[in-house]
Design a protein around this ligand. Structure first.
Ligand code: PLP
Length: 376
């Protein structure tokens, strides 16, 4: 926890869970990415945390933005950043949203199918498109499914289709899976990207961009490599597969930009057992899956948890949220070690929760407020 967050929480008087994000940490993360990949432009993945203060700070530092919807595009434009700093990175867009984005000045669009290319050709003549390819996500703690991207062989056809329809076939993108702790994970996707560059050149048009996606981790329970290690591994892979014709590159960090910058303060509502001799206690917090901790699904993301009684003897506990939905259990398969002395009413801190929490918080499921957010 940073001193600024500690100070903020000490003075907070409102009831209920909240997330507090320290902008100084976001700025330091941006600077670390810019330093680690000096020739790569940073497109912050807005969906990780679209708070206006975060977008403003990043816009001021020169960041570009990866947007998934017209609403996100509007949020970025509201910072004063120009539309030339925006990529419409969702491969699944309504044609009227493509048209709206184009009217707003956006010229860079993601596709992974000929059908999506046709929408763009109809309403965004001359726009640049990049084709997303499938990536298996091996090594990622929050792997992405086959929902996005196409096979590399098909990407060549998709890009050629764009070329024939008068669009600018601009490049290739992929995402190696979120919370990717293997710095070498970009290598095989870059091998595919370079093969696509060659195949397109043979068909008479040239690509210039590789969008390296997100995947950069936040530190949860285990240490993660620094941005610098990712930068070095990615540069080696680019050199290996593109030789001295290294393309333009962009990265789209979401989790790695804001995850570690935020912290949730929650309260213990109940501690109980299911029987007298139950070896585990159930600890119920005033925040759960519907209040912003959706990434605990399948216990994929394990957040560090601090209590005011750390240092006392611990025992395994099941951790759950407050709603009347049985899915609202955070950690049960692998219980959490919490102090035996933990008491109802104690405040607990859930660390590294700056990414994918406010955006995943339900509007008012069971009458619980959406997650309150303070960016300081
Ligand atoms: C979600 C997303 C990102 C951000 O991923 P992280 O793993 O959080 O860095 C980047 N690019 C695209 C296209 C995304 O959908």
């Amino acid at each position: 926890m940073t001193d600024r967050i500690r100070e903020f929480l000490r003075n907070r008087r409102e009831d209920g869970p909240c997330v507090v994000v320290d902008l100084d940490v976001v700025r330091a993360n941006y600077a670390a990415f810019a330093r680690a990949l000096p020739d790569t432009r940073v497109f912050y993945a807005v969906k990780a945390n679209p708070d206006a203060a975060i977008l403003n700070a990043l816009a001021e530092m020169g960041s570009c933005f990866d947007c998934a919807s017209v609403a996100e595009i509007m949020m970025v434009l509201a910072t004063g950043a120009g539309a030339e700093r925006i990529s419409f990175g969702n491969t699944i867009k309504k044609e009227r949203d493509v048209a709206r984005a184009f009217e707003l000045g956006v010229r860079l669009f993601a596709v992974d199918s000929a059908e999506e290319v046709e929408k763009i050709a109809r309403v965004a003549a001359g726009a640049k498109v990049f084709c997303r390819i499938l990536c298996d996500g091996a090594g990622a703690e929050w792997p992405l499914s086959r929902k996005f991207g196409c096979e590399p062989e098909m990407a060549v056809d998709v890009l050629e289709h764009a070329y024939r329809l008068g669009l600018e076939p601009h490049g290739v993108s992929f995402h190696v899976g979120s919370q990717q702790k293997n710095v070498e994970a970009w290598d095989s996707a870059l091998a595919s990207a370079s093969a696509i560059f060659r195949a397109c050149a043979e068909r008479g048009f040239t690509l210039s961009l590789v969008n390296l996606g997100g995947g950069f981790p936040a530190k949860y329970l285990q240490d993660v490599p620094a941005a610098e290690a990712y930068g070095e591994a990615i540069f080696r892979a680019l050199s290996r597969h593109f030789g001295n014709a290294i393309p333009q590159t962009i990265i789209e960090p979401g989790r790695g930009m804001v995850g570690a910058a935020g912290l949730i303060e929650a309260e213990v509502v109940l501690i109980s057992k299911k029987s007298e001799d139950d070896p585990v206690r159930w600890v119920y917090l005033d925040i759960g899956k519907f209040g912003g901790l959706a990434e605990t699904m399948d216990e994929a993301i394990r957040y560090p948890i601090r209590t005011p009684r750390d240092g006392d003897a611990v025992e395994p506990c099941v951790l759950a949220g407050p709603t009347c939905d049985s899915a609202d259990v955070l950690y049960e398969k692998t219980p959490v070690l919490l102090p035996v002395s933990l008491a109802i009413g104690d405040k607990v801190l859930i660390e590294a929760t700056g990414a994918y929490t406010t955006t995943y918080s339900a509007v008012a499921f069971n009458g619980f407020d959406p997650l309150r957010s303070y960016v300081i």
